[in-house]
Design a protein around this ligand. Structure first.
Ligand code: GLV
Length: 330
């Protein structure tokens, strides 16, 4: 039996499962994250922590929780957790990969199509009662997607799922960057690994699918955006700070790139000043990549399964630092 803190609303099912396993759960059934000070106080006696990507679990939080054994992040990205510091303190950390891969790739592709075919602009046009006549060359001419070149920055699980949609569904040529060659995906889709400058130079659609790390923070600045085709679109469903948002706004205003679709923002939930007013060639969504009821429930269930395994001394299926397991007993 362990004390478990669930920092934000995850639904009753997951909490019930933790309680049925005999754990004493403090469930903060709230959709607002705690302040850092509140989190430090709340976590003080916890052995298990279930948190969301909006909870920053840094050294101050870890130091405030001397009994902490395991952190289960209900997200695949874990840039909100200081993994090195947790590992150093013998605290297991897990995430929720796989269950959200296809859902997030669907969303990336929805955004790609939405920006290419100007769906939000078209929707606004209709609702403003502006459709007066059919035109051969209407103001809302879009871009072809079929047969174009799709550049995937980071061919991990989600990147590969986006690539599959592009190659198999839309006859796209796939280019990618990755720290190592993904030969299975190359064989399956005819994807080609290139350098980032080459990918930017050739791609009609660039999809960002890398995690946020010190290397990928501000990977896209005005300099990077200038390497893209003026007819190309950028799609970001990964993490906001990978793109310097003010530079992207400049690139859109100055026609350096054709368009962008963003599901994530540099200073979420805010957008950089001016972005909300940019109606043309920009599609924005409030971090909905994995947001279907089915997938969000699977993510909660995965996090709970991980936590239960970790608290009972087993290796959690999605442990990010499995080397921790059993360390305390050695
Ligand atoms: C969502 O952004 C996630 O990392 O799961």
């Amino acid at each position: 039996m362990a004390k478990v803190l669930v920092t934000q609303q995850i639904g009753d099912e997951g909490v019930q499962k933790l309680r049925e396993a005999g754990h004493v759960v403090t469930y903060r059934d709230d959709t607002e994250p705690m302040t850092p000070a509140e989190l430090q106080t709340a976590v003080r006696h916890s052995e298990g922590l279930v948190c969301l990507l909006t909870d920053r679990v840094d050294t101050a939080v870890l130091d405030a929780a001397p009994n902490l054994k395991m952190i289960a992040n209900v997200a695949v990205g874990y840039d909100n957790i200081d993994l090195a510091a947790a590992t150093q303190r013998g605290v297991l950390v897990s995430n929720t990969p796989d269950v959200l891969t296809e859902t997030t790739a669907d969303h990336a592709f929805a955004l790609l199509l939405a920006i290419a075919r100007r769906i939000p602009e078209a929707d606004a046009f209709m609702r403003a009662d502006k459709y007066e006549k059919f035109e051969m060359f209407p103001p809302l001419l879009g871009l072809d997607v079929y047969g174009k070149t799709l550049g995937i920055v980071g061919l991990g699980r989600i990147g590969a799922a986006v690539a599959r949609r592009g190659a198999l569904g839309f006859g796209m040529k796939v280019l990618y960057t990755a720290t190592e060659a993904k030969t299975a995906v190359e064989q399956e889709l005819g994807a080609e690994r290139v350098t980032l400058p080459e990918l930017l130079r050739q791609s009609d659609f660039v999809s960002i699918n890398v995690p946020l790390t010190s290397e990928t923070r501000h990977l896209f600045t005005l300099d990077t955006l200038r390497q893209m085709k003026p007819t190309a679109c950028l799609i970001n469903t990964a993490r906001g700070p990978i793109v310097k948002e003010a530079d992207l706004l400049t690139a859109l205003r100055e026609g350096i790139i054709w368009g962008a679709a963003l599901d994530v923002f540099e200073d979420e939930p805010r957008m950089v000043s001016g972005l909300a007013q940019q109606h043309e060639r920009l599609v924005v969504a409030p971090h909905l990549g994995s947001a279907t009821g089915e997938t969000r429930r699977k993510m909660v269930d995965t996090a709970v399964t991980n936590l239960l395994a970790g608290l009972s001394g087993q290796t959690p299926p999605n442990a990010l630092n499995p080397e921790i397991v059993g360390q305390a007993d050695e």
